[in-house]
Design a protein around this ligand. Structure first.
Ligand code: IFM
Length: 443
């Protein structure tokens, strides 16, 4: 970790932390919430590493006041949470459940009372199960149902949410949820999952239009990005890199910024109808960038169904997830977005950045996580360096406020600034929480 002082960030830079509904809320049967695809998936034997579910998670549904106090103590100016579609429209369509919205209404008011801007994501992977039964994201209809849900939510919260994020990481939801099956709904369609990409993007565009009628707050999408590093220097390796780059980094950005779908992926695009690309390219005010690590790629083995092969990158420290710690990747990515999309690129907010380590309380009950401090230090310097080079970055959100339920990894991966004992629900701020608090509070 650098011993030089952290460079200053401009006044008004948004400091935040992020979470998502199914990963922290629990309360899955309360106040009319319907089932989501993650309830179904987590309850299916063999799907989750430790056999756990998000039924209780961090019990945030009942402990939100304590969690807002933690946010206030941290001094963040923004909190990014997600709204559970199955709480608001339990069947995916049909009547709006006012009691579901009541929870977020109280949360938003509590945040504002503590001078924390509410930043709301509308879809962080918890599709209502009934919508899945009707075809899920393979069905075009789901895009329209999403826009209706966005409209109903903004009708209630549009006067107070300070930034709306339509979708979280549609690439991950497509690839892990519908391509390889490690995430809900567990489909293994590989490249036949393209309709999931298109219908999510269409949902985003339709939701932008609906939100504009309900709010004057800015609107964003949060995409996952990973700079691609070639594991060899043959032409075949370079072709593989270009294919992976188009899939991970361009598929969900080119059409949003008016450039249509990238060439060369070989998708069957029959689901794309006239006018869809205009809907998808509706102007957004902020691009949310979720960054964790770069990806190593080489040419595929003969007979592989994919045009690339993923390989571990050597020479980096690694997190408990075995992900390389590479702040230079964030610097590179921000520069790549700036150069590639030029005047079409709206201001960026890093809407997720963080790391998992096996943090545990010491004999005195304190939780020291120097690796997370080093991680954040390096990634914030990377953001600052990109800003110095002209990239317009206006915020940085740490993933995550709390240790939480990490999807297929269950409770085995801890990303929080705050340790959670999942037996007692006791929250213990880690040393990274104090480090970030002091950084934010610098004069
Ligand atoms: O926990 C997830 C989050 O839900 C989406 N982005 C990546 C995080 C870490 O895997």
């Amino acid at each position: 970790m650098s011993t030089a002082a952290m460079p200053e960030f401009p006044a008004g830079f948004r400091w935040g932390v992020s979470t998502s509904a199914y990963q922290i809320e629990g309360g899955v049967d309360e106040n009319g919430r319907g089932a989501s695809i993650w309830d179904t998936f987590a309850h299916s034997p063999g799907r989750i590493a430790d056999g756990s579910t998000g039924d209780v998670a961090c019990d945030h549904y009942h402990r939100h006041a304590e969690d807002v106090a933690l946010l206030a103590g941290l001094g963040v100016s923004a909190y990014r949470f997600s709204i559970a579609w199955p709480r608001v429209r339990p069947a995916g369509d049909g009547p709006v459940n006012a009691r579901g919205l009541d929870f977020y209404d109280r949360l938003v008011d509590d945040l504002l009372a503590h001078d924390v801007d509410p930043v709301a994501t509308l879809f962080h992977w918890d599709l209502p199960q009934s919508r899945q039964d009707a075809g899920g994201w393979l069905a075009r209809d789901t895009a329209h149902r999403f826009a209706e849900y966005a409209d109903a939510t903004a009708a209630r919260l549009g006067d107070r949410v300070k930034l709306w994020i339509t979708l979280n990481e549609p690439f991950i939801h497509m690839s892990l949820g519908h391509g390889t099956g490690e995430h809900a709904p567990g489909r293994t369609l590989l490249f036949d999952a393209f309709p999931v990409a298109h219908h999510q993007l269409l949902a985003h565009g339709l939701a932008v239009a609906a939100l504009r009628t309900r709010t004057t707050s800015p609107i964003a999408i949060a995409n996952n990005y990973s700079p691609v590093r070639a594991a060899g220097d043959s032409d075949a390796d370079r072709t593989a890199v270009a294919a992976y780059e188009a899939l991970h980094n361009r598929l969900f950005t080119d059409p949003l910024l008016g450039r249509g779908y990238p060439d060369g992926l070989g998708f069957d695009t029959a689901v794309v109808r006239a006018g869809d690309l205009d809907v998808i390219a509706a102007p957004i005010d902020v691009l949310g960038v979720n960054y964790y690590n770069p990806t190593g790629v080489r040419a595929p083995q003969e007979g592989s169904p994919l045009p690339f092969e993923l390989v571990p990158l050597q020479g980096y420290p690694r997190t408990a997830f075995d992900w390389p710690v590479a702040p230079d990747g964030l610097h590179e990515l921000l520069g790549w977005l700036h150069r590639t999309y030029a005047d079409d690129l709206p201001p960026i907010q890093v809407t997720e950045s963080g790391c998992a380590y096996d943090d545990a309380p010491d004999a005195d009950g304190r939780v020291h996580d120097p690796q997370r401090i080093a991680y954040l230090d390096g990634h914030l310097r990377a953001v600052r360096a990109a800003m110095d080079e002209g990239v317009d970055v206006t915020g940085y959100f740490v993933w995550s406020l709390l240790d939480n339920w990490e999807w297929a990894e269950g409770f085995t991966k801890r990303f929080g600034l705050v340790h959670v004992d999942f037996d007692t629900q006791v929250r213990t701020p880690k040393s990274s929480y104090a480090w970030l608090r002091d950084l934010i509070a610098r004069p």
